[in-house]
Design a binder for this molecule. Sequence first.
Ligand code: ZN
Ligand code: ZN
Length: 339
Amino acid sequence: MKAVVLGPAGVVVDDAPVPEAGPGEIIVSMRACGLCGSDLEKIRGTYTAAPPVIGHEAVGVVAEVGDGVEGIRKGTRVFPHHHVPCGRCPTCKGGSPTMCAHYRATNLEPGGFAETFRVTRWNVEHGGVLRLPPILDFERASFIEPLACAIRAVDRIHAKPKSALVLGAGPMGLLVIQLLRLRGTETLLASEGSSLRAEWARRLGAALVWDPMTQDVPAAARKETGGLGVDAAVVATGNVRAIAQAVRAVRSGGTVLLLGVPEAGARLDVDPSEFVTREVSLVPSNAATEAETRKALGLIARKKIDVASLVTHRFPLESFPDAIRVAERAECVKAILTP
Ligand SMILES: [Zn+2]
Ligand SMILES: [Zn+2]
């Protein structure tokens, strides 16, 4: 079977053995898998969190069921979450389930960019497999994982923001813009360097979208909020300059939410006194749990969040290098891989 894997020499479209289901495991025939910004970082070698398995926005049809699996049959349409927490350890109970030691210990094997992949017993037994309702097509269902991450991020903002600036209007930023709009944020602003993505941000609810290459984004955001600054600034890009801009754009007492993963080893040029004297909170959000994947499924199925219009490019697995090229140049909004 075809599988795109990350080897020492970079990404390769390989002829891999078809996986078989061991006890408690399931094998999924992939139907759609979104290309994520973190996949690009892993391919570039700038992503910190190991191991570098690519493809985690995968959905498909159950092709084989291992001994002892209950409630999932061959032919079931599923979203299998690549990481699942234990729910019982001090980290989980302390409110940080995505930091659970079990969370990243398992993954889809060999990854989501494969014709078929294995879902481990841990993930199956800990509720990581969601059944897709018949009305939900695979392409839209492939947004369950990224939307879940966006939901968790927005939930971590301290107070419901009346004004917000979203820095970066890639797929994650566009999901955040829609969630904020859904939750009643009145002044919704964005910054984005790609004119294509800026257009989508406007279409999906941002009142104003500035180009960070040519415009002073914090000054513009302050002007739009009567000099105050925004309640929340969501950094939906790995670009560290956007973090510095976000700190300058939030009001005193506001929240800077970090969602995009900066390159490993990057340095931030911010005066740290701002955090204390202006009570600016720096809140990171990394990944999501089944509390959010279930909500994401519901929002997509009920069309509360438009994910279909984000898909601008589709590639079969063998054209994976073309997908990377298009995504690296921000010439697409969302690229989806199909078997
Ligand atoms: Zn992702
Ligand atoms: Zn745990």
